[in-house]
Design a binder for this molecule. Structure first.
Ligand code: FAD
Length: 334
């Protein structure tokens, strides 16, 4: 492999029902900065069916070149045809860097593509930069449960691939005077590539909550133990007409939706009352809730850092404390 053959930054644009996902625009913002440091071009690739109209929007957000692969088999996301198409685009374009959003789709497609093109992939990055000396991409991500930040490089293979967490990078201001090239690429797809047939898509009935507006938040941490153990938190939240939120550990475990995450990479909240249940009090969590009016922490470890920001602390097992609390509240209402 001749590394010098690989140039520029390519961002995989995730679209769902023809809607560009925010993380892709954020990656164009970061990609532009990296491309400028390298003195090279920023390109975007969008896969789907009837998606050519999206190209201009990508140019307005910084892409200098947009590659579209428009084919019937790409109508719904399924991993085989999407992997084949993206692999073909990368083999043709030879970018030095490929950025993909660390969404469920991005996490599905990026490792498959990296394996097919025999390169490395750093997943879930929170920061990206160029090493001035070597021009390698420095990909930084939390490691060992978020206790250290590891910077990873891929010096011997190209492209350097990375998935990036949504909400971390900044998108550029939309500029309608930007211009760029749009290329329709034939990835050699055919009906046989579709090894899975989507019969029906059932969308989750999603009650949109805005935890930033809640007056009371009952927030869950890893100490809750499982999704099933979340029920006492809902009971308490119901009793206090509040909402349930959580630490990133809870969102990563899929016990709650991402829009309920409190903290540096979640939401910053300032309710009248914040319950921290089984949350240790990592700096990234505290950054999102320390301005709450009254903080009550429940943790079985008396030395947990959450007690340093709490107005009231209860040392105990959250599964025992919460039902008692709800029961007392109910009694006091009678
Ligand atoms: P843990 O740290 O595992 O703590 C669990 C706690 O539960 C412990 O204190 C334990 O004593 C207690 N416990 C266990 N069992 C029980 C029980 N039965 N009863 C009572 N207590 C119990 N985190 C966020 O929350 N929000 C963010 O936005 C965020 N952004 C991040 C961004 C970056 C760049 C990085 C590196 C990290 C980020 N994190 C974020 C992660 C953060 O560092 C912590 O890893 C995370 O907050 C830990 O979640 P936790 O407190 O729920 O879990």
């Amino acid at each position: 492999m001749n590394l010098a053959d690989y140039k520029g930054v390519l961002v995989y644009i995730e679209q769902r029902d023809g809607e560009i996902q925010k993380v892709s625009l954020e990656l164009l913002g970061k990609g532009k900065e990296l491309a400028e440091k390298l003195g090279e071009k920023l390109s975007a690739v969008v896969l789907g069916h009837n998606i050519k109209a999206l190209a201009n929007e990508l140019i307005y957000h910084g892409a200098e070149k947009v590659i579209t692969v428009d084919h019937e088999v790409l109508k719904n996301f399924t991993n085989e045809p999407y992997t084949k198409a993206l692999t073909a685009v990368i083999n043709n374009e030879k970018p030095a860097i490929v950025l993909v959003g660390a969404t469920s789709i991005g996490r599905d497609i990026a490792p498959r593509v990296s394996a097919r093109i025999h390169t490395g992939l750093t997943a879930d990055c929170t920061s990206l930069d160029i090493d001035d000396e070597t021009r390698n991409l420095m990909m930084t991500r939390p490691a060992f449960g978020g206790n250290i930040m590891a910077t990873i490089i891929c010096p011997d293979h190209r492209p350097q691939m990375s998935t990036v967490r949504p909400g971390v990078m900044l998108k550029l201001e939309r500029n309608t005077s930007n211009t760029g090239d749009v290329i329709d690429f034939d990835a050699g797809l055919n009906a046989q590539d579709l090894n899975v047939e989507v019969l029906e898509i059932v969308k989750e009935d999603h009650k949109k909550v805005n935890i930033e507006d809640a007056k009371v938040l009952v927030s869950a941490g890893r100490g809750i133990g499982s999704k099933e153990n979340m029920n006492p938190l809902y009971d308490l939240a119901d009793e206090l007409k509040g909402e349930v939120s959580g630490s990133r550990a809870v969102i990563d475990n899929a016990w709650l939706d991402k829009d309920r995450q409190v903290g540096q990479t979640g939401k910053t909240v300032r309710p009248d009352l914040y319950f921290a249940c089984g949350i240790s009090g990592a700096i990234q969590h505290i950054a999102g809730m320390e301005e709450s009016e009254l903080i009550i922490a429940i943790n079985k470890n008396p030395d947990a850092p959450i007690f340093e920001v709490a107005d009231l602390g209860i040392v105990g097992d959250v599964s025992k404390v919460l039902p008692l609390l709800t029961e007392e509240l109910k009694k006091s209402k009678k």
